[in-house]
Design a protein around this ligand. Sequence first.
Ligand code: NDP
Ligand code: PHD
Length: 354
Amino acid sequence: MAIKAGVLGATGSVGQRFILLLEENPEFELVALGASKRSSGRAYGDVVAWKQTKPIPAQSSGLTVHECSAVHFTSCDVVFSGLDSDVAGDIEEEFVNHGINVISNAKNYRQHPQVPLVVPTANPEHLDHLANHDKSKGIHICISNCSTAGLVVPLKALQEKFGPISHMMVTTMQAVSGAGFSPGVSSMDVLDNLVPYIGSEEDKLEMEPRKILGDVDASTGTFLHIPQDEFKISATTTRVAVIDGHTASVSIKFAKNKPSKEEIIATWREYQSQCELLKCKSAPEHAIVYLDQPDRPQPRLDRDTGNGYTVSCGRLRDDEVLDYKFVCLSHNTVLGAAGSGILIAELLKAKNII
Ligand SMILES: NC(=O)C1=CN([C@@H]2O[C@H](COP(=O)(O)OP(=O)(O)OC[C@H]3O[C@@H](n4cnc5c(N)ncnc54)[C@H](OP(=O)(O)O)[C@@H]3O)[C@@H](O)[C@H]2O)C=CC1
Ligand SMILES: N[C@@H](CC(=O)OP(=O)(O)O)C(=O)O
């Protein structure tokens, strides 16, 4: 039976991606949409400022947009949240307290010790700890920050094979769709330009990988961060004139032995997450691809690999300061947001959690 899904923040950058991905996926039936009071009570097609390259799916276009109140979403098996973080905190809490399962893109609960922070092709095993969740409430899961999502997949593959990474320096070049649509980045700021600042983004990149790659205390269901002194991260984040696709230049140092370049590339190419092993519908054939061309990955050429669920890596080379440096690229509204939400719901079904 199809998973009945709702989308909160359906009119936004992430919300629109949810609409497109859900429409193409027979595992889901989209039954309810929510946005602000400005949009509620009207047909989705009439209120959304559609900015995707594919047309609005006809079925979604006719759905009525509701206010984000749990009463309108009780028929949903899962509700995906693409809400502005200014409002996501209270709204998601109300939904979970009404027994509705929420998978959120907003940052509000990412650091909560009982809420898993999941990138489905990196740490799907964290979802196993939800099997014994408090059944009087809905399940609450957070998806990572979009730059973090593309980063932790290649790191997880290396951590599994070669042990912990102790140091990382990362500089991102982030697409404008990451800044959302209301108001978004102005063309005067980003055209012919680069903005070397994205508010709070560096803190998230320095914090979230330590939870995603960390352990879980199974006795208490607490999601633990790798201590800061065991995994030091320094991040710089920038906005560039790209529509979709976040690129990162990354340098890493291994805590133990330094593998060879050939071992790293083979590890990335062979890596399989539970999503592929459990045959989730949206799972990419390869969670990571390594590109040998010296000028790849590039956002326009590589963001849609694996329908936007694959991380493209390239330019692996020695680093004079740490061990190695490389470039990675991922689709910020697919793997970095809506796509991960959908893949997490598919994992929950495959694991009999929903
Ligand atoms: N864009 C990206 O790549 C990523 C974004 N995120 C996170 O996902 C969330 C959504 O981001 P994004 O889509 O970019 O943002 P947008 O600004 O494009 O969309 C925000 C959405 O929130 C709704 N909203 C705003 N105020 C209210 C309210 N008071 N009550 C109910 N709904 C409201 C808007 O509805 P309306 O149109 O009616 O105003 C809109 O649907 C954010 O928390 C963001 O940080 C996470 C990962 C990646
Ligand atoms: N801040 C990211 C989008 C994102 O993921 O935001 P947050 O981590 O607040 O959900 C960007 O600007 O590209």
